[in-house]
Design a protein around this ligand. Structure first.
Ligand SMILES: [Zn+2]
Length: 82
C-alpha cells in the first residue's frame, strides 16, 4: 500500500481511542507502524496515516460503526464528499 498523495510506503495505522497499555504500543509507535489518533472517536475517522506527509485517508472500520452496509460496499471519495 502507498500513500495516495505522495506515494510513500511509510503507512501507519491510526490507533483511535485511549490505549489501555501504552507499553504494548510503544514499540509500534516507535517503528511508525501506528500513530495515535486521539481519544475522541467519531464514525468517520481515517484509518491510515502517511508518516511522510501526514496525509490521512481510509475509513476506520469496526463494530462501533453499525450504519455501514457491508453488502453495498462504498467508494471512499463518495464518503468524504458527504
Ligand atoms: Zn504521503
Amino acid at each position: 500500500m502507498n500513500c495516495p498523495k505522495c506515494k510513500s510506503e511509510k503507512i501507519a495505522t491510526i490507533f483511535w481511542g485511549f490505549p489501555g497499555d501504552m507499553k504494548e504500543l510503544e514499540k509500534e509507535i516507535e517503528e511508525k507502524k501506528i500513530v495515535l489518533g486521539g481519544c475522541i472517536v467519531t464514525d468517520h475517522d481515517p484509518k491510515w496515516e502517511c508518516t511522510a506527509c501526514n496525509h490521512r485517508w481510509g475509513e476506520r472500520n469496526d463494530d462501533a460503526i453499525d450504519s455501514f452496509d457491508y453488502d453495498q460496499g462504498y467508494n471512499l471519495d463518495e464518503v468524504y464528499d458527504q
